[in-house]
Design a protein around this ligand. Structure first.
Ligand SMILES: [Fe+2]
Length: 201
């Protein structure tokens, strides 16, 4: 299977899960989901240790997102895994840098090119703190496996696990800490600069 076919397959799995989710926040992102791809850039392969966490993750059998997790897991070693932050930025700790990564399937840099939506899988190891940050894009995290405690704005921290949808509005300060198992999320961004570096101030 070509790389293009792999990404098209992942995108198809995401579209199917999005259609089945019935979540109102996900529905609001709808225009970018359908037919959003405008071109194709082959990203090549880049591996990070975080990809290994997908070896031992399971979604609930009845989850509409299980096919998405399974599809990413099947091709985890041929994806382009990346990180937004570097050690010299000083914004996230060494544990997070050693244990997180994401693989984009659609976004302004491809592999399926879109200037309206960004989507991919993000993986964090156990007991990792993603500190408070914000960005102009509104964001959705769909928990595929594992769990984490999220803090959105001034709200009290809230525990989220499989199939939960966490919506982050534009500019809202947010953070999370993963539980004792690794976390996998399907993420979406729309609005603003789709590759904006988050603000940690
Ligand atoms: Fe965010």
């Amino acid at each position: 299977m070509s790389t293009y076919e792999i990404y098209k397959g992942l995108y198809a799995a995401v579209l199917k899960a999005v259609a089945a989710s019935g979540d109102p926040d996900i529905a609001r992102f709808g225009s970018g989901f359908a037919g959003g791809e405008q071109g194709w850039l082959d990203p090549g392969v880049n591996l990070l240790p975080a990809a290994d966490f997908l070896d031992s993750m399971d979604a609930r059998d009845d989850s509409v997102y299980k096919p998405v997790l399974d599809a990413f897991t099947a091709c985890r070693y041929v994806l382009f895994w990346e990180q937004t932050y570097k050690k010299q930025d000083g914004v996230v700790n060494d544990e997070m840098l050693a244990g997180y990564g994401f693989a984009e399937i659609i976004g302004i840099n491809g592999p399926l090119v879109s200037d309206t939506i960004r989507c991919g899988i993000g993986v964090w190891g156990p007991n990792i703190e993603y500190p408070v940050h914000s960005h102009d894009a509104e964001e959705i995290y769909v928990i595929l496996a594992g769990s984490a405690t999220f803090t959105l704005g001034d709200n009290l921290p809230k525990f989220h696990t499989g199939d939960d949808v966490v919506f982050v509005s534009s500019g809202l300060r947010h953070s999370f800490t993963t539980a004792s198992a690794a976390l996998a999320v399907l993420y979406f961004w729309q609005g603003g600069d789709l590759r904006q570096i988050s603000s940690f101030s």
